[in-house]
Design a protein around this ligand. Structure first.
Ligand code: HEM
Length: 480
Protein backbone atom coordinates (compact mmCIF):
# COMPACT_ATOMS: atom_id res chain seq x y z
CA UNK A 1 0.00 0.00 0.00
CA UNK A 2 2.78 2.44 0.98
CA UNK A 3 4.58 1.90 -2.36
CA UNK A 4 1.42 2.41 -4.39
CA UNK A 5 0.60 5.56 -2.46
CA UNK A 6 4.00 7.05 -3.13
CA UNK A 7 3.87 6.13 -6.85
CA UNK A 8 0.38 7.64 -7.14
CA UNK A 9 1.63 10.72 -5.28
CA UNK A 10 4.35 11.21 -7.89
CA UNK A 11 1.93 10.85 -10.83
CA UNK A 12 -0.96 12.89 -9.47
CA UNK A 13 -1.13 16.47 -10.71
CA UNK A 14 1.36 16.07 -13.59
CA UNK A 15 -1.43 16.13 -16.16
CA UNK A 16 -5.11 15.23 -16.37
CA UNK A 17 -4.17 11.80 -17.76
CA UNK A 18 -1.54 11.07 -15.09
CA UNK A 19 -3.94 12.23 -12.41
CA UNK A 20 -6.57 9.80 -13.64
CA UNK A 21 -4.02 6.99 -13.75
CA UNK A 22 -2.95 7.78 -10.17
CA UNK A 23 -6.61 7.73 -9.13
CA UNK A 24 -7.03 4.25 -10.65
CA UNK A 25 -3.97 2.94 -8.84
CA UNK A 26 -5.19 4.19 -5.48
CA UNK A 27 -8.75 2.94 -6.01
CA UNK A 28 -7.49 -0.50 -7.02
CA UNK A 29 -5.43 -0.63 -3.86
CA UNK A 30 -8.35 0.35 -1.65
CA UNK A 31 -10.46 -2.44 -3.15
CA UNK A 32 -8.20 -4.97 -1.50
CA UNK A 33 -9.74 -3.92 1.77
CA UNK A 34 -12.59 -6.17 0.68
CA UNK A 35 -12.20 -9.48 2.49
CA UNK A 36 -8.83 -8.43 3.86
CA UNK A 37 -9.55 -5.92 6.56
CA UNK A 38 -6.75 -3.66 7.57
CA UNK A 39 -6.85 -4.78 11.13
CA UNK A 40 -4.09 -2.99 12.92
CA UNK A 41 -5.37 -0.76 15.73
CA UNK A 42 -3.54 2.17 14.22
CA UNK A 43 -1.81 2.39 10.86
CA UNK A 44 0.27 5.45 10.06
CA UNK A 45 1.62 6.23 6.58
CA UNK A 46 4.22 8.92 6.01
CA UNK A 47 3.13 10.82 2.90
CA UNK A 48 5.40 13.20 0.96
CA UNK A 49 4.32 16.24 2.97
CA UNK A 50 2.23 14.96 5.84
CA UNK A 51 0.88 11.83 7.51
CA UNK A 52 -2.17 9.66 7.02
CA UNK A 53 -3.46 7.49 9.87
CA UNK A 54 -6.18 4.85 9.86
CA UNK A 55 -7.68 4.21 13.30
CA UNK A 56 -9.42 0.98 14.26
CA UNK A 57 -8.87 1.45 17.99
CA UNK A 58 -12.38 2.21 19.22
CA UNK A 59 -11.18 4.66 21.87
CA UNK A 60 -9.31 6.61 19.22
CA UNK A 61 -12.39 6.46 16.99
CA UNK A 62 -14.47 7.94 19.81
CA UNK A 63 -11.92 10.72 20.31
CA UNK A 64 -11.89 11.57 16.61
CA UNK A 65 -15.58 11.50 15.85
CA UNK A 66 -17.09 12.60 19.14
CA UNK A 67 -15.04 13.41 22.23
CA UNK A 68 -12.71 15.87 20.54
CA UNK A 69 -14.54 16.28 17.24
CA UNK A 70 -13.70 20.02 17.25
CA UNK A 71 -9.98 19.22 17.02
CA UNK A 72 -10.58 16.86 14.10
CA UNK A 73 -12.83 18.59 11.56
CA UNK A 74 -13.79 16.99 8.27
CA UNK A 75 -10.81 17.39 5.96
CA UNK A 76 -10.90 20.53 3.81
CA UNK A 77 -9.78 18.28 0.93
CA UNK A 78 -13.25 16.75 0.96
CA UNK A 79 -14.85 20.15 0.65
CA UNK A 80 -12.63 20.96 -2.35
CA UNK A 81 -13.55 17.68 -3.97
CA UNK A 82 -17.28 18.18 -3.52
CA UNK A 83 -17.49 21.92 -4.15
CA UNK A 84 -18.05 21.64 -7.93
CA UNK A 85 -21.15 19.63 -7.08
CA UNK A 86 -22.62 20.77 -3.77
CA UNK A 87 -21.03 24.24 -3.50
CA UNK A 88 -21.06 25.32 0.14
CA UNK A 89 -23.67 22.66 1.12
CA UNK A 90 -23.47 21.13 4.58
CA UNK A 91 -21.92 17.79 3.64
CA UNK A 92 -18.54 19.13 2.60
CA UNK A 93 -18.11 21.80 5.25
CA UNK A 94 -15.22 21.18 7.68
CA UNK A 95 -16.84 22.37 10.92
CA UNK A 96 -17.57 25.37 13.11
CA UNK A 97 -20.64 27.54 13.61
CA UNK A 98 -21.58 27.69 9.94
CA UNK A 99 -21.97 23.92 9.89
CA UNK A 100 -24.04 23.90 13.08
CA UNK A 101 -26.38 26.44 11.52
CA UNK A 102 -26.56 24.58 8.18
CA UNK A 103 -27.24 21.27 9.96
CA UNK A 104 -30.01 22.89 11.98
CA UNK A 105 -31.73 24.14 8.84
CA UNK A 106 -31.24 20.81 7.09
CA UNK A 107 -32.59 18.81 10.04
CA UNK A 108 -35.57 21.10 10.53
CA UNK A 109 -36.42 20.69 6.87
CA UNK A 110 -35.90 16.92 7.01
CA UNK A 111 -38.19 16.28 9.99
CA UNK A 112 -41.01 17.96 8.08
CA UNK A 113 -41.15 14.90 5.81
CA UNK A 114 -43.50 12.42 7.48
CA UNK A 115 -42.39 8.79 7.48
CA UNK A 116 -45.67 7.71 5.85
CA UNK A 117 -44.86 10.02 2.95
CA UNK A 118 -41.44 8.41 2.47
CA UNK A 119 -43.00 4.93 2.63
CA UNK A 120 -45.89 5.83 0.31
CA UNK A 121 -43.68 7.47 -2.32
CA UNK A 122 -41.05 4.70 -2.14
CA UNK A 123 -43.63 1.94 -2.54
CA UNK A 124 -45.45 3.59 -5.41
CA UNK A 125 -42.31 4.42 -7.37
CA UNK A 126 -40.79 0.98 -6.79
CA UNK A 127 -43.94 -0.62 -8.22
CA UNK A 128 -43.66 1.64 -11.27
CA UNK A 129 -39.99 0.69 -11.80
CA UNK A 130 -40.77 -3.01 -11.38
CA UNK A 131 -43.52 -2.78 -13.99
CA UNK A 132 -41.11 -1.03 -16.35
CA UNK A 133 -38.43 -3.69 -15.84
CA UNK A 134 -40.99 -6.41 -16.57
CA UNK A 135 -42.12 -4.63 -19.74
CA UNK A 136 -38.54 -4.47 -20.98
CA UNK A 137 -38.00 -8.16 -20.21
CA UNK A 138 -34.19 -7.76 -19.95
CA UNK A 139 -31.78 -8.34 -17.07
CA UNK A 140 -31.79 -5.14 -15.02
CA UNK A 141 -28.74 -2.86 -14.65
CA UNK A 142 -29.11 -2.74 -10.88
CA UNK A 143 -26.82 0.10 -9.68
CA UNK A 144 -27.98 2.65 -12.24
CA UNK A 145 -31.66 1.69 -12.01
CA UNK A 146 -31.57 1.88 -8.20
CA UNK A 147 -29.81 5.23 -8.45
CA UNK A 148 -32.62 6.55 -10.66
CA UNK A 149 -35.25 5.10 -8.34
CA UNK A 150 -33.73 6.56 -5.17
CA UNK A 151 -33.26 10.00 -6.76
CA UNK A 152 -36.93 9.91 -7.73
CA UNK A 153 -37.94 8.90 -4.20
CA UNK A 154 -35.85 11.49 -2.40
CA UNK A 155 -36.86 14.30 -4.77
CA UNK A 156 -40.56 13.40 -4.85
CA UNK A 157 -40.79 12.99 -1.06
CA UNK A 158 -38.88 16.15 -0.21
CA UNK A 159 -39.27 18.52 -3.16
CA UNK A 160 -42.55 17.37 -4.69
CA UNK A 161 -41.10 16.70 -8.15
CA UNK A 162 -38.85 14.45 -10.20
CA UNK A 163 -36.42 14.52 -13.09
CA UNK A 164 -37.79 13.35 -16.44
CA UNK A 165 -36.56 9.87 -17.39
CA UNK A 166 -33.92 11.34 -19.73
CA UNK A 167 -32.68 13.85 -17.15
CA UNK A 168 -32.56 11.13 -14.46
CA UNK A 169 -30.43 8.91 -16.73
CA UNK A 170 -28.06 11.75 -17.53
CA UNK A 171 -27.78 12.73 -13.86
CA UNK A 172 -26.88 9.16 -12.88
CA UNK A 173 -24.28 8.91 -15.66
CA UNK A 174 -22.71 12.20 -14.63
CA UNK A 175 -22.58 11.23 -11.00
CA UNK A 176 -20.90 7.95 -11.82
CA UNK A 177 -18.28 9.84 -13.84
CA UNK A 178 -17.79 12.23 -10.91
CA UNK A 179 -17.27 9.28 -8.61
CA UNK A 180 -14.71 7.67 -10.83
CA UNK A 181 -12.61 10.83 -10.89
CA UNK A 182 -13.04 12.33 -7.43
CA UNK A 183 -10.42 10.61 -5.36
CA UNK A 184 -9.77 12.05 -1.90
CA UNK A 185 -6.58 10.04 -1.40
CA UNK A 186 -4.94 11.84 -4.32
CA UNK A 187 -5.58 15.16 -2.61
CA UNK A 188 -4.00 13.87 0.57
CA UNK A 189 -0.92 12.83 -1.33
CA UNK A 190 -0.59 16.40 -2.54
CA UNK A 191 -0.37 17.69 1.05
CA UNK A 192 -2.39 20.42 2.70
CA UNK A 193 -1.51 23.44 0.55
CA UNK A 194 -4.85 24.78 -0.78
CA UNK A 195 -3.37 25.81 -4.14
CA UNK A 196 -1.91 22.33 -4.77
CA UNK A 197 -5.17 20.66 -3.82
CA UNK A 198 -7.16 23.04 -6.01
CA UNK A 199 -4.89 22.35 -8.98
CA UNK A 200 -5.41 18.62 -8.47
CA UNK A 201 -9.19 19.01 -8.36
CA UNK A 202 -8.96 20.87 -11.66
CA UNK A 203 -6.88 18.07 -13.18
CA UNK A 204 -9.55 15.58 -12.11
CA UNK A 205 -11.96 17.35 -14.47
CA UNK A 206 -14.75 17.69 -11.90
CA UNK A 207 -15.80 21.27 -12.71
CA UNK A 208 -17.58 20.50 -15.98
CA UNK A 209 -19.39 17.45 -14.59
CA UNK A 210 -20.45 19.32 -11.45
CA UNK A 211 -21.66 22.31 -13.48
CA UNK A 212 -23.86 20.14 -15.70
CA UNK A 213 -25.35 18.37 -12.67
CA UNK A 214 -26.06 21.66 -10.92
CA UNK A 215 -27.70 23.01 -14.07
CA UNK A 216 -30.03 19.99 -14.13
CA UNK A 217 -30.93 20.49 -10.44
CA UNK A 218 -31.45 24.22 -10.89
CA UNK A 219 -33.70 23.75 -13.90
CA UNK A 220 -35.81 20.92 -12.55
CA UNK A 221 -36.07 21.85 -8.86
CA UNK A 222 -34.92 25.36 -8.00
CA UNK A 223 -36.56 27.34 -10.81
CA UNK A 224 -40.05 25.89 -10.19
CA UNK A 225 -39.62 26.52 -6.44
CA UNK A 226 -38.83 30.16 -7.03
CA UNK A 227 -41.75 30.59 -9.39
CA UNK A 228 -44.30 28.75 -7.31
CA UNK A 229 -44.35 28.62 -3.54
CA UNK A 230 -44.29 24.87 -2.83
CA UNK A 231 -47.09 23.31 -0.88
CA UNK A 232 -45.78 22.28 2.52
CA UNK A 233 -47.41 18.86 2.28
CA UNK A 234 -46.15 18.06 -1.25
CA UNK A 235 -42.70 19.59 -0.90
CA UNK A 236 -41.99 19.75 2.84
CA UNK A 237 -38.21 20.00 2.57
CA UNK A 238 -38.34 22.71 -0.08
CA UNK A 239 -40.96 24.68 1.86
CA UNK A 240 -38.79 24.60 4.99
CA UNK A 241 -35.72 25.73 3.02
CA UNK A 242 -37.68 28.64 1.57
CA UNK A 243 -38.82 29.66 5.03
CA UNK A 244 -35.25 29.54 6.32
CA UNK A 245 -34.06 31.58 3.33
CA UNK A 246 -36.67 34.28 3.98
CA UNK A 247 -36.03 34.41 7.73
CA UNK A 248 -33.71 36.87 9.41
CA UNK A 249 -34.51 39.72 7.06
CA UNK A 250 -37.55 41.03 8.90
CA UNK A 251 -39.29 41.34 5.55
CA UNK A 252 -40.43 38.83 2.99
CA UNK A 253 -37.57 38.94 0.46
CA UNK A 254 -37.88 38.15 -3.18
CA UNK A 255 -35.66 35.15 -3.69
CA UNK A 256 -35.88 35.64 -7.42
CA UNK A 257 -33.61 38.67 -6.99
CA UNK A 258 -31.32 37.26 -4.34
CA UNK A 259 -28.61 35.25 -6.02
CA UNK A 260 -26.62 34.39 -2.89
CA UNK A 261 -29.66 32.85 -1.24
CA UNK A 262 -30.63 31.01 -4.39
CA UNK A 263 -27.16 29.50 -4.52
CA UNK A 264 -27.37 28.50 -0.86
CA UNK A 265 -30.68 26.76 -1.57
CA UNK A 266 -29.29 25.08 -4.64
CA UNK A 267 -26.36 23.82 -2.54
CA UNK A 268 -28.62 22.24 0.08
CA UNK A 269 -30.93 20.73 -2.54
CA UNK A 270 -27.85 19.24 -4.19
CA UNK A 271 -26.73 17.78 -0.84
CA UNK A 272 -30.19 16.35 -0.26
CA UNK A 273 -30.28 14.72 -3.69
CA UNK A 274 -26.75 13.40 -3.62
CA UNK A 275 -26.32 12.29 0.00
CA UNK A 276 -29.91 11.07 -0.04
CA UNK A 277 -29.81 8.85 -3.11
CA UNK A 278 -26.34 7.46 -3.73
CA UNK A 279 -25.94 5.90 -0.30
CA UNK A 280 -29.21 3.98 -0.29
CA UNK A 281 -28.76 2.95 -3.93
CA UNK A 282 -25.30 1.59 -3.17
CA UNK A 283 -26.38 -0.42 -0.10
CA UNK A 284 -29.37 -1.87 -1.93
CA UNK A 285 -27.28 -2.74 -5.00
CA UNK A 286 -24.87 -4.75 -2.86
CA UNK A 287 -27.74 -6.33 -0.97
CA UNK A 288 -29.44 -7.47 -4.19
CA UNK A 289 -26.15 -8.81 -5.48
CA UNK A 290 -25.82 -10.94 -2.31
CA UNK A 291 -29.49 -11.97 -2.27
CA UNK A 292 -29.35 -13.05 -5.90
CA UNK A 293 -27.05 -15.81 -4.66
CA UNK A 294 -29.19 -16.62 -1.60
CA UNK A 295 -32.59 -17.86 -2.81
CA UNK A 296 -33.62 -19.11 0.65
CA UNK A 297 -33.19 -15.60 2.07
CA UNK A 298 -35.39 -14.27 -0.71
CA UNK A 299 -38.05 -16.94 -0.09
CA UNK A 300 -38.16 -16.25 3.64
CA UNK A 301 -38.53 -12.51 3.07
CA UNK A 302 -41.22 -13.06 0.41
CA UNK A 303 -43.22 -15.37 2.71
CA UNK A 304 -43.15 -12.89 5.59
CA UNK A 305 -44.02 -9.95 3.33
CA UNK A 306 -46.96 -11.89 1.87
CA UNK A 307 -48.23 -12.77 5.39
CA UNK A 308 -47.90 -9.14 6.48
CA UNK A 309 -49.78 -7.83 3.45
CA UNK A 310 -52.64 -10.29 4.08
CA UNK A 311 -52.91 -8.70 7.53
CA UNK A 312 -52.82 -5.19 6.00
CA UNK A 313 -55.80 -6.09 3.78
CA UNK A 314 -57.99 -7.19 6.70
CA UNK A 315 -61.40 -5.58 6.96
CA UNK A 316 -62.93 -4.08 10.11
CA UNK A 317 -64.64 -7.38 11.04
CA UNK A 318 -61.39 -9.08 12.05
CA UNK A 319 -61.49 -10.34 15.62
CA UNK A 320 -58.86 -9.51 18.24
CA UNK A 321 -56.74 -12.58 17.55
CA UNK A 322 -56.74 -11.91 13.78
CA UNK A 323 -55.77 -8.31 14.43
CA UNK A 324 -52.97 -9.44 16.72
CA UNK A 325 -51.79 -11.93 14.09
CA UNK A 326 -51.71 -9.11 11.52
CA UNK A 327 -49.60 -6.91 13.81
CA UNK A 328 -47.22 -9.81 14.51
CA UNK A 329 -46.95 -10.55 10.78
CA UNK A 330 -46.06 -6.93 10.04
CA UNK A 331 -43.41 -6.96 12.75
CA UNK A 332 -41.88 -10.22 11.56
CA UNK A 333 -41.56 -8.91 7.98
CA UNK A 334 -40.09 -5.61 9.16
CA UNK A 335 -37.58 -7.45 11.37
CA UNK A 336 -36.49 -9.68 8.48
CA UNK A 337 -36.03 -6.73 6.13
CA UNK A 338 -34.17 -4.78 8.81
CA UNK A 339 -31.79 -7.76 9.22
CA UNK A 340 -31.09 -7.73 5.48
CA UNK A 341 -30.33 -4.01 5.38
CA UNK A 342 -28.26 -4.14 8.56
CA UNK A 343 -26.09 -6.88 7.09
CA UNK A 344 -25.67 -4.97 3.83
CA UNK A 345 -24.80 -1.80 5.78
CA UNK A 346 -22.26 -3.79 7.80
CA UNK A 347 -20.50 -5.36 4.82
CA UNK A 348 -20.87 -2.47 2.38
CA UNK A 349 -21.07 0.86 4.23
CA UNK A 350 -21.41 3.32 1.34
CA UNK A 351 -19.24 5.96 3.00
CA UNK A 352 -16.37 3.63 3.72
CA UNK A 353 -13.98 6.30 4.99
CA UNK A 354 -14.68 9.22 7.29
CA UNK A 355 -11.89 11.65 6.62
CA UNK A 356 -10.74 14.11 9.29
CA UNK A 357 -7.68 16.30 9.71
CA UNK A 358 -5.64 17.17 12.75
CA UNK A 359 -5.62 20.83 13.76
CA UNK A 360 -2.88 20.18 16.34
CA UNK A 361 -0.11 17.61 16.80
CA UNK A 362 -1.52 14.57 18.61
CA UNK A 363 -0.37 11.22 19.81
CA UNK A 364 -2.45 8.06 19.50
CA UNK A 365 -1.28 4.77 20.98
CA UNK A 366 2.04 6.49 21.62
CA UNK A 367 2.44 7.29 17.93
CA UNK A 368 2.81 11.02 17.19
CA UNK A 369 0.80 12.47 14.31
CA UNK A 370 1.66 15.91 13.03
CA UNK A 371 -0.64 18.93 12.90
CA UNK A 372 -2.20 19.12 9.44
CA UNK A 373 -2.19 15.33 9.18
CA UNK A 374 -5.10 13.22 8.00
CA UNK A 375 -6.94 10.66 10.09
CA UNK A 376 -9.39 8.16 8.72
CA UNK A 377 -12.06 6.19 10.54
CA UNK A 378 -13.32 3.44 8.30
CA UNK A 379 -16.75 1.90 8.89
CA UNK A 380 -15.61 -0.65 6.27
CA UNK A 381 -12.66 -1.96 8.28
CA UNK A 382 -14.41 -1.70 11.68
CA UNK A 383 -17.46 -3.58 10.47
CA UNK A 384 -15.31 -6.39 9.06
CA UNK A 385 -12.81 -6.49 11.89
CA UNK A 386 -12.06 -10.04 13.07
CA UNK A 387 -11.57 -8.95 16.67
CA UNK A 388 -15.15 -7.67 16.69
CA UNK A 389 -17.18 -9.86 14.34
CA UNK A 390 -17.38 -13.60 13.81
CA UNK A 391 -17.10 -14.68 10.15
CA UNK A 392 -16.71 -10.98 9.32
CA UNK A 393 -16.71 -11.28 5.52
CA UNK A 394 -19.70 -13.60 5.31
CA UNK A 395 -23.10 -12.22 4.27
CA UNK A 396 -25.20 -13.56 7.13
CA UNK A 397 -28.43 -11.65 7.88
CA UNK A 398 -29.21 -14.31 10.51
CA UNK A 399 -26.69 -12.67 12.86
CA UNK A 400 -29.26 -9.86 13.32
CA UNK A 401 -32.17 -12.25 13.96
CA UNK A 402 -30.77 -14.21 16.91
CA UNK A 403 -32.30 -13.67 20.37
CA UNK A 404 -29.25 -11.60 21.34
CA UNK A 405 -27.66 -8.92 19.11
CA UNK A 406 -24.23 -9.81 17.67
CA UNK A 407 -21.54 -9.63 20.39
CA UNK A 408 -19.78 -6.81 18.51
CA UNK A 409 -22.76 -4.59 19.28
CA UNK A 410 -21.61 -4.44 22.90
CA UNK A 411 -19.14 -1.90 21.47
CA UNK A 412 -21.17 1.07 20.33
CA UNK A 413 -18.60 2.00 17.66
CA UNK A 414 -18.29 -1.42 16.05
CA UNK A 415 -21.12 -0.61 13.64
CA UNK A 416 -21.19 2.99 12.40
CA UNK A 417 -22.46 3.01 8.79
CA UNK A 418 -24.17 6.35 9.46
CA UNK A 419 -21.14 7.84 11.21
CA UNK A 420 -21.06 9.04 14.79
CA UNK A 421 -20.88 12.26 16.80
CA UNK A 422 -21.80 15.79 15.74
CA UNK A 423 -21.53 15.00 12.00
CA UNK A 424 -23.62 11.82 12.16
CA UNK A 425 -25.93 11.29 9.19
CA UNK A 426 -29.17 13.25 9.61
CA UNK A 427 -30.90 11.09 6.97
CA UNK A 428 -30.62 7.76 8.86
CA UNK A 429 -34.32 7.35 9.56
CA UNK A 430 -35.27 8.48 6.04
CA UNK A 431 -32.90 5.88 4.61
CA UNK A 432 -34.13 3.05 6.83
CA UNK A 433 -37.78 3.69 6.04
CA UNK A 434 -37.05 4.05 2.34
CA UNK A 435 -34.97 0.86 2.10
CA UNK A 436 -37.65 -1.19 3.91
CA UNK A 437 -40.34 0.08 1.54
CA UNK A 438 -38.30 -0.64 -1.61
CA UNK A 439 -37.34 -4.12 -0.43
CA UNK A 440 -40.85 -4.96 0.62
CA UNK A 441 -42.17 -4.25 -2.89
CA UNK A 442 -39.25 -5.84 -4.67
CA UNK A 443 -38.79 -9.04 -2.68
CA UNK A 444 -42.55 -9.42 -2.14
CA UNK A 445 -43.27 -9.66 -5.85
CA UNK A 446 -40.06 -10.69 -7.61
CA UNK A 447 -37.30 -13.23 -7.63
CA UNK A 448 -33.76 -12.16 -8.47
CA UNK A 449 -30.89 -14.21 -9.87
CA UNK A 450 -27.36 -13.62 -11.11
CA UNK A 451 -26.52 -14.09 -14.76
CA UNK A 452 -23.11 -14.03 -16.36
CA UNK A 453 -20.65 -11.28 -15.51
CA UNK A 454 -17.94 -10.82 -12.94
CA UNK A 455 -18.52 -9.93 -9.30
CA UNK A 456 -18.51 -6.19 -8.73
CA UNK A 457 -15.80 -4.51 -6.67
CA UNK A 458 -16.25 -1.48 -4.47
CA UNK A 459 -15.24 1.63 -6.39
CA UNK A 460 -13.09 2.87 -3.50
CA UNK A 461 -13.21 6.59 -4.27
CA UNK A 462 -15.93 8.83 -2.79
CA UNK A 463 -18.12 5.87 -1.90
CA UNK A 464 -18.00 2.10 -2.02
CA UNK A 465 -20.63 1.77 -4.76
CA UNK A 466 -20.16 -1.14 -7.19
CA UNK A 467 -17.57 -0.37 -9.85
CA UNK A 468 -19.76 -1.35 -12.79
CA UNK A 469 -23.41 -1.52 -13.71
CA UNK A 470 -23.96 -5.25 -13.10
CA UNK A 471 -27.19 -6.86 -14.26
CA UNK A 472 -29.54 -9.24 -12.46
CA UNK A 473 -32.54 -11.21 -13.69
CA UNK A 474 -35.66 -9.85 -11.99
CA UNK A 475 -38.68 -12.11 -12.60
CA UNK A 476 -42.18 -12.03 -11.10
CA UNK A 477 -42.87 -14.53 -8.31
CA UNK A 478 -45.69 -16.92 -8.99
CA UNK A 479 -48.60 -17.00 -6.52
CA UNK A 480 -47.87 -19.02 -3.35
C1 HEM B 1 -27.94 3.97 3.67
C2 HEM B 1 -28.07 5.27 3.66
C3 HEM B 1 -27.10 6.27 4.23
C4 HEM B 1 -25.87 6.07 4.80
C5 HEM B 1 -25.15 4.76 5.07
C6 HEM B 1 -25.36 7.39 5.15
C7 HEM B 1 -24.14 7.61 5.78
C8 HEM B 1 -23.67 8.84 6.13
C9 HEM B 1 -22.44 9.09 6.84
C10 HEM B 1 -21.46 8.02 7.29
C11 HEM B 1 -22.32 10.42 7.03
C12 HEM B 1 -21.24 11.14 7.82
C13 HEM B 1 -19.96 11.39 7.07
C14 HEM B 1 -18.85 11.88 7.97
O1 HEM B 1 -18.98 11.93 9.19
O2 HEM B 1 -17.79 12.21 7.43
C15 HEM B 1 -23.47 11.04 6.41
C16 HEM B 1 -23.70 12.39 6.35
C17 HEM B 1 -24.81 12.96 5.79
N1 HEM B 1 -25.92 12.30 5.28
FE1 HEM B 1 -26.15 10.33 5.13
N2 HEM B 1 -26.28 8.33 4.77
C18 HEM B 1 -27.36 7.69 4.22
C19 HEM B 1 -28.52 8.28 3.74
C20 HEM B 1 -28.81 9.61 3.79
C21 HEM B 1 -30.06 10.20 3.39
C22 HEM B 1 -31.27 9.41 2.88
C23 HEM B 1 -29.93 11.55 3.55
C24 HEM B 1 -30.95 12.63 3.31
C25 HEM B 1 -32.22 12.43 3.20
C26 HEM B 1 -28.60 11.79 4.06
C27 HEM B 1 -28.06 13.04 4.32
C28 HEM B 1 -26.82 13.25 4.86
C29 HEM B 1 -26.26 14.58 5.08
C30 HEM B 1 -26.92 15.90 4.77
C31 HEM B 1 -25.00 14.39 5.66
C32 HEM B 1 -24.00 15.47 6.04
C33 HEM B 1 -24.10 15.84 7.49
C34 HEM B 1 -22.96 16.76 7.93
O3 HEM B 1 -22.09 17.03 7.13
O4 HEM B 1 -22.95 17.20 9.08
N3 HEM B 1 -27.95 10.59 4.20
N4 HEM B 1 -24.29 10.06 5.88
Amino acid sequence: MGLILSLAGRLAGRSALMTRLAGRLVARELRHLKGKPVERQLLVYDLPETQLALANDLRVVDTLLSDRAGTFPKAAALERLLRPLVGGGVFGQPGGDAVKQARRIFLRALVRIPEQRVTGVARELTRAYLADWQRQGQPVAIPSELSRLTIDIVSEASLGGRFSAAEGKRFVELFFAYHQRANPVLLLLGGQAPATQQALVERMGLAAIGAEMRALIRQRFLVPLLEDRPLAERAPFAAALLEAAAMGRGVEVSLAQDEARQTAMLDEIAVMLLAGHETTASVLSWLLWELADAPQEQDTAARLIAAASLGEGQNGDADASQQQAAVDGGKAAARQLAALTQEALRLYPPIAFLLRETTAAVSFRERPICAGGFVVVSPWTLQRHRALWSAPDRFDPGRWLAAEPPPAMAERLAMIPFGYGPRVCPGKRFAEVEMQAILSELLGSCHIARGRGRAPNPLGTLTSRPDYDFRLQVTPRGPG
